[in-house]
Design a protein around this ligand. Structure first.
Ligand code: PAF
Length: 283
């Protein structure tokens, strides 16, 4: 595996890999787990070679968020990626991505405004900016992202369409279903912040979401099912619920009744100091 830490080394490695065949990109912030490895394995089915990036992107963290505490374990991540046959790891220091004087930001309106966009102002500008840079730097034929960050996926697809990105083009941005622990909790690098008691309580999140979806399938109205979901989370040990809503799966426009378009239940809730997100299809 080639490990590039500066833009010159990256460009050379990308040139060589692209001359030899197609290239898939899996962008990450490291602290890899089975969910990331699933993305890598899926990426190998779509291209001749896989590039991964590890970059804890400061621009997508708010001033009171966990940028400094975010887990960093480059040596271990490197071993895991090597084990999965990744051809190129791009692991730049911050000044390679944001050199002095960096002044550009990409804002995707609409899809980035509700949900995590409302409770984390600026977050999706940071995501869109860094992902656009990664696409330009690596020019992958396809790029893979976890569906766990459903809104992020919608923002990136919108950006790719709006900016006429050709590598990867919007349809070549592939969402991979959420990988879950045996008890149903969605895998996340932030799960390691949970104490054993919080970890046990966290399973209330997917369970309550499934119960809400089942109630809706049996005819419950959305508002009642969502109120029940919120109450179950708080009774189950969550400190607060940032949002628990149903929206059009593509536009993320709120939905209050079933319709023709696919719908998604999206939830963010805090347990102790940790904010967990999850989403599931409705219907
Ligand atoms: O999902 C993530 O890990 C990050 O938001 C991403 C896409 C790597 C951008 O920093």
């Amino acid at each position: 595996m080639i490990i590039a830490k500066d833009i010159g080394a990256l460009r050379q490695a990308v040139r060589d890999l692209r001359a030899a065949g197609t290239l898939a990109l899996v962008p990450t912030m490291g602290a890899l787990h089975e969910g990331h490895l699933t993305l890598i394995r899926e990426a190998r089915r779509h291209a001749d070679a896989v590039a991964a990036s590890i970059f804890v992107n400061p621009r997508q963290f708010g001033p009171n968020e966990d940028l400094d505490a975010y887990p960093r374990q480059l040596a271990e991540d490197q071993r895991m990626l090597e084990g999965e046959g990744v051809a190129l790891l791009w692991a730049p220091p911050v000044d390679q991505v944001y050199p002095a004087g960096f002044a550009t930001s990409i804002a995707v309106s609409g899809v980035s405004e509700g949900f995590c966009g409302a409770s984390r102002p600026g977050h999706f500008d940071g995501v869109a900016t860094v992902v656009c840079k990664l696409f330009n730097q690596i020019q992958p034929d396809v790029a893979l992202f976890g569906e766990k960050d459903w809104q992020q996926l919608a923002v990136i697809r919108r950006m790719a369409r709006d900016l006429d990105l050709t590598l990867p083009h919007a349809d070549a941005i592939i969402g991979v279903p959420t990988v879950r622990e045996a008890d149903g909790l969605a895998m996340s690098s932030r799960n390691r912040y949970l104490t054993p008691e919080q970890r046990q309580a966290a399973v209330t999140l997917p369970r309550a979401m499934r119960a809400a979806i089942a109630a809706i399938a049996e005819g419950a109205d959305f508002a009642a099912a969502l109120a029940e979901l919120r109450q179950t989370l708080v009774e189950g040990g969550f400190a607060s619920v940032d949002y628990a809503d149903i929206a059009d799966a593509d536009s993320l426009q709120p939905a209050s009744t079933p319709g023709e378009n696919a719908l998604r239940l999206l939830v963010a809730a805090r347990i102790g100091g940790t904010r967990l997100i999850d989403n599931m299809p409705v219907g």
